[in-house]
Design a protein around this ligand. Structure first.
Ligand code: ZN
Length: 137
């Protein structure tokens, strides 16, 4: 069995931002040379997500508005905000998830027709990373 690891680094301009990373994951898969297996992609930070959904800007606005209703930004509104202000970001990350796992078939990510992979940032403007781990043959 082969194993391959790669990190992607981000430093977003905005506090909340979604970044399309399907091509980065495809590039990692190409570098790995693995034809059949599994690909894990996870955020290495507890205020960021990796998720799969439609690459459609309206939906991304809907996500951000929905998350803001669930866990609005508030400097004083969270028990966690002692010395920092990212209590909302921890909750947003929990809803959007930590990681995705994608099957690899014939050397390709075996995604559904409208599936795309995104990095979701909820406490940005700092350097953060995503881990890609690919195992298989
Ligand atoms: Zn925190």
């Amino acid at each position: 069995m082969k194993s391959f690891k790669k990190e992607l680094w981000f430093n977003t301009e905005k506090r909340y931002q979604f970044i399309h990373i399907t091509r980065d994951v495809q590039e990692a898969l190409r570098e790995s040379g693995i034809q059949e297996g599994l690909c894990l992609v996870n955020a290495m930070h507890i205020t960021a997500s990796v998720f799969i959904n439609d690459n459609e800007s309206g939906l991304h606005k809907d996500y951000l508005e929905w998350l803001e209703k669930l866990a609005p930004y508030s400097r004083d509104g969270y028990h966690h905000n002692v010395g920092e202000d990212n209590g909302d970001a921890h909750l947003k990350r929990q809803v959007m998830g930590r990681e995705v796992v994608v099957a690899i078939t014939n050397g390709q990510l075996d995604l559904g027709p409208w599936e795309a992979i995104f990095y979701g940032e909820f406490d940005g403007k700092r350097r953060k990373r995503v881990l890609i781990k690919i195992i298989g043959e």
